[in-house]
Design a binder for this molecule. Structure first.
Ligand SMILES: Nc1ncnc2c1ncn2[C@@H]1O[C@H](COP(=O)(O)OP(=O)(O)OP(=O)(O)O)[C@@H](O)[C@H]1O
Ligand SMILES: [Mg+2]
Length: 318
């Protein structure tokens, strides 16, 4: 995007402090701990990911950060401002992508951007200059005058992403930014977000796409039931939690085959019909399964999804 407004209040002093501080934050709903002593910092210019299964407390965390929901206890700062007391001031420098789009369906794409600009006190002339670059960001140039109610789900998502940039924010808070996007649009958004990071923006995002987290995040944390399970750089977490290599094996009687392979690997897991072998040296497993007509296998590098499933379990819990 080609907006070149000066970055407000980002002198040396502000650069040194974390862009986001979350410390010992707790929140209960109906007597249940939804966020339970969570703490993390996001440094200026960093992309930080918040990962966790459905109901882990990600959206609640972001809502508290933005001052939409109050914590029961704990300390929160956003661009240096205490939240919720000064959330309104902090929000001037923040762009938000909520989990569920809240665009006005009766307004056109262009009008949605203009209304949002007015909300931030931007002049008509400024917005007239800005709108084309926002439309280009979202690849919605040809839809500028379409009513939002007529857009596809993915187009609405792209508009919500563009709208978050109206105030040229220093910090972007995005709840599942690419959910509902097709693969082309997802790659486009990844490219756009990377270019925002190159320009020094700070991003806090949640995602269920492990590839997205692995590609974009400098650091991430995995939470479950409102508690932090791990935090670190994606590749450090993969190396420390999983190791280097994974072999997935599909065949009849997985439990019998797993028992046979177990002595050859660091760790083995059977999930449904699949055997997962975690091995720093995959050769012995190869030698054992190669040439068996009824067995298919896939040897691949360990990834963040392996980490996520190891920490939060392969089975769904509710
Ligand atoms: N307003 C509310 N009132 C009562 N319970 C709530 C409220 N908002 C969230 N919760 C509960 O808090 C827990 C965490 O919800 P949250 O939306 O933060 O999860 P999440 O990690 O964002 O999940 P998802 O990946 O499905 O978006 C859930 O058990 C949810 O039912
Ligand atoms: Mg959520």
């Amino acid at each position: 995007m080609a907006t070149q407004a000066p970055r407000a209040a980002s002198g040396h002093h502000a650069q040194a402090a974390p862009a986001i501080e979350f410390s010992e934050v707790r929140k209960q709903y109906g007597g249940k701990n939804v966020v339970d002593g969570l703490w993390f910092d996001v440094r200026p210019g960093e992309c930080f990911g918040l990962l966790g299964p459905n109901g882990a407390g990600k959206t609640t965390t972001l809502k508290m950060l933005l001052g939409i929901t109050s914590p029961d206890s704990g300390t929160i700062r956003l661009v240096g401002e205490p939240v919720p007391s000064r959330a309104r001031f902090a929000r001037q420098r923040v762009g938000v992508v909520p989990q569920f789009d809240n665009l006005d369906p009766d307004f056109t794409v262009r009008e949605n951007l203009l209304v949002f600009g007015r909300y931030f006190g931007l002049t008509g002339a400024r917005m007239t200059a800005l709108v084309p670059s926002l439309l280009e960001f979202a690849r919605l140039e040809s839809k500028a005058d379409a009513r939002v109610g007529e857009l596809s789900g993915g187009m609405k998502r792209r508009l919500t992403l563009a709208r978050a940039l109206v105030n040229d924010p220093d910090v972007l808070v995005m709840d599942e930014p690419t959910t509902g996007l097709d693969p082309q649009a997802r790659h486009l958004i990844w490219e756009r977000l990377r270019s925002l990071l190159t320009r020094g923006k700070t991003i806090l995002l949640t995602t269920h796409f492990m590839e997205e987290a692995e590609r974009l995040c400098d650091r991430l944390c995995v939470i479950e039931e409102g508690r932090k399970l791990v935090e670190g750089r994606p590749h450090d977490l993969i190396a420390s939690v999983i190791g280097s290599d994974v072999i997935e094996i599909y065949g009849p009687d997985p439990h019998a085959l797993a028992a046979e392979l177990e002595p050859l690997v660091e760790r083995i897991e059977v999930s449904g019909e699949t055997i997962f072998c975690y091995a720093d040296d995959p050769q012995p497993v190869h030698a054992r399964v190669k040439g068996r007509a009824d067995v298919r296998y896939l040897h691949r590098p360990a990834n963040l999804e392996d980490v996520f499933l190891r920490l939060t379990g392969r089975e769904m819990v509710d």
